[in-house]
Design a protein. Structure first.
Lengths: 346, 318
């Protein structure tokens, strides 16, 4: 599971060359080479849920018997997520804590209903460093450089992934046990921990008001998790290679346009239709931005407010959760609030 | 910059690896379940059969069975909403024949055969020695996956047993045998021991074996082979149902009286086995109750099948 920026999600997920803020270490550690001074991000929770405006599930449908609820949610991906990533960047170093909880469940198969549960809860930290290997770039005066970066992360994970017969004794007994932790235990949650490495390359060229950036990030270049109990197997943490590019045109101050594109998970086989991401940001004032994006043919849009001591991003985005392109869509809403960020250039 | 671009483009072009067999299997199962979510039964069957049947994967066999159950119109949601509480452990076959899904009017209909196929897929999933069992499925697939398959089998069997006995028992909407006036017994018995048993016990509407008391779908001009095939559907359904029920813990309220059935049937078996041994000196009930595969049942002598119905199933359907 990956910590993702709300702004990034609202820009269709095409964000790996734009994460030049509190999420840098999570997207591409090489981008730390762009940073100077000290930046601090103490409070930045984000919540995502199934989009309440999508009409996929009516609130009235959720009252009543299990059968009625099952009928209402059959085939509808239900999502809830919470993340929190306080941290700081000092020169070319970045350190962030990570707290990420994501729960997805979908009821499938009208003949023999199966509850597909995907639950992950990560806690840990990530420490990264980026180093310019060619050229000369400064966030104040521009220029261009190529940078390499690496981050090391520690993850303590709880995860539960499986299909359960909706009416099976196992599921019934699990929910009867009451407490969330007992339900998870009854369903077979796996606890694991371990270390991982992310790496990346970043190229940036800013001339005047125009900025072009290209990057390749290798998330989980090497990540190994070990289960805490014998006989359990943690989920796989395979390499995720993301290739991205962006173009910024900033007019006076912080007003301008950003366009971005990304191909995610290029090392993994699969349709390229599912891998492409396109995003845009229209910054009308330093305090107000509109975001939009396309991700596997699904649209996202949202708004960003920057009030100095706080930042707010909110909007709607969709994720292609099917095996093949266009098979299944999870519609979600996200809200992110960051408070008391500060930057000291030194 | 150009060098970097070409480097990254090269990485892009050469980096993508083909999916592993395991990934392809997982994707096929996921896609089939998605088809079944919108009741695209034939699409699911085609997808799974194009992939190739993976008997070693419990998840594959589960969704493959589900795909045929979908084709039969089977819905576990409907079963739990409408019928599960109507199953009476003390009047098992009558209550099964009264389920809302017990609507069969023709033998070998497309829906009946589709659900039978769905059941056979699980029953024969890992037949090391041809005779499937709940225990064998657990041994082959593990405790959790084996139990999942057994769970799915039990509920499909409930619906199919209801259809079977509604049709061949000529039951009305309340499940009472012979209530429609077409046949008083399931079969027209001719074996002397079967006739003797029926005339002595008089189970429900089946008060005498006259030679014409059975379902027209199980007598001439229907061939003996086809009669046996159809009667074997009932035997296999029932035997697998009881065997599999015994492997599950269904004590919670949502399952109604299902947890009481196995003990009651076992008690019936014990009594009838003893009666048969004492009266006829034979062990038909004891032998046939362990037959759980259609091919094994069709390989029996027909008179064993006939006597199993007379001694046991007719008796159970009072």
């Amino acid at each position: 599971m990956y910590t993702r920026s709300a702004q990034g999600m609202l820009m269709g997920g095409a964000y790996s060359t734009l994460a030049d803020e509190e999420y840098t270490v999570f997207y591409n550690p090489a981008m730390l080479a762009r940073h100077t001074g000290l930046s601090f991000y103490p409070l930045n929770p984000a919540i995502s849920v199934i989009n309440p405006l999508s009409g996929a599930v009516d609130a009235d449908d959720l009252e009543g018997e299990l059968i009625d609820i099952s009928d209402a949610i059959m085939g509808v991906p239900i999502h809830a997520g919470l993340s929190y990533a306080p941290g700081f960047k000092m020169g070319n170093f970045g350190l962030s804590a990570l707290v990420n909880q994501r729960t997805n469940f979908t009821l499938r198969n009208k003949s023999n209903p199966l509850l597909d549960i995907d639950y992950v809860y990560d806690r840990g930290f990530i420490l990264g460093y980026g180093h310019s290997i060619q050229g000369n770039y400064s966030s104040k005066s521009g220029g261009q450089h190529v940078a390499l970066g690496m981050s090391i992360k520690y993850i303590d994970r709880e995860e539960l992934r499986g299909n359960y017969n909706l009416f099976s004794p196992a599921l019934y007994d699990a929910f009867e046990s009451g407490e969330i932790s007992e339900i998870l235990d009854a369903l077979g949650v796996v606890e694991s921990n371990g270390w991982g490495i992310d790496t990346g390359i970043d190229y940036i060229n800013r001339t005047g008001q125009s900025e072009v950036s290209v990057g390749l990030s290798l998330i989980d270049t090497l990540t190994v998790l070990h289960s805490k109990e014998s006989g359990e197997t943690p989920g796989e943490t395979n390499l995720k290679a993301n290739l991205s590019a962006s173009w910024k045109m900033m007019l006076s101050g912080d007003i301008g346009l950003v366009l971005s594109s990304e191909l995610i998970d290029i090392a993994k086989a699969g349709s390229y239709a599912k891998k492409y991401r396109l995003g845009a940001e229209v910054r009308l004032t330093p305090a107000l931005s509109f975001y939009g994006g396309v991700n596997s043919g699904r649209y996202s849009y949202g708004i960003g407010l920057n009030g100095g001591l706080f930042k707010l991003h909110a909007g709607i985005y969709s994720v292609d959760t099917g095996v093949e392109y266009g098979e299944e869509t999870s519609d979600r809403a996200i809200i992110y609030l960051s408070m008391l960020d500060f930057k000291f250039d030194g | 910059m150009l060098k970097l671009y070409y480097l990254l483009l090269t990485i892009l072009l050469v980096s993508s690896c083909a999916k592993t067999e395991q990934e392809l299997l997982f994707d096929t199962i996921e896609r089939a379940n998605n088809f079944l979510t919108s009741r695209k039964c034939d699409d699911a069957i085609d997808l799974l059969e194009d992939h190739g049947i993976e008997k070693s994967s419990a998840d594959f066999m589960k969704v493959y069975s589900s795909a045929y159950a979908c084709k039969a119109g089977f819905s576990m949601l409907d079963l739990f909403e409408l019928d599960i509480d109507n199953i009476d452990a003390n009047n098992l076959l009558t209550s099964l024949a009264s389920l809302s899904s017990s609507d069969e009017t023709l033998p070998d209909s497309i829906k009946f055969l589709a659900l039978q196929n769905a059941i056979d897929i699980i029953v024969e999933s890992k037949t090391i020695s041809l005779n499937g069992s709940a225990a064998r499925r657990i041994d082959s697939y593990g405790e959790a996956k084996g139990a999942d398959l057994n769970f799915q089998l039990v509920f499909m069997s409930i619906v199919q047993l209801g259809k079977f006995f509604k049709l061949y028992g000529d039951a009305d909407s309340t499940g009472v045998k012979g209530a429609n006036g077409n046949n008083d017994c399931i079969y027209s018995y001719s074996h002397p021991d079967a006739v003797s048993s029926i005339n002595a016990v008089k189970p429900g509407s089946c008060v005498s074996a006259t030679g014409t008391e059975g379902s027209s779908f199980l007598e001439a001009p229907v061939s003996i082979a086809l009669q046996q095939k159809r009667m074997c559907y009932g035997i296999i359904l029932f035997n697998n149902f009881i065997d599999t029920l015994g492997s599950l813990s269904l004590g919670s309220d949502q399952y109604g009286e299902l947890d009481d059935i196995k003990d009651l049937i076992d008690a019936s078996y014990s009594g009838l086995i003893a009666t048969e041994a004492g009266t006829y000196g034979t062990t038909v009930v004891f032998d046939v109750k362990e037959v759980r595969t259609q091919s094994l049942c069709e390989a029996l002598n027909f008179d064993e099948v006939e006597r199993y119905y007379a001694f046991f199933l007719e008796n159970l359907y009072q």
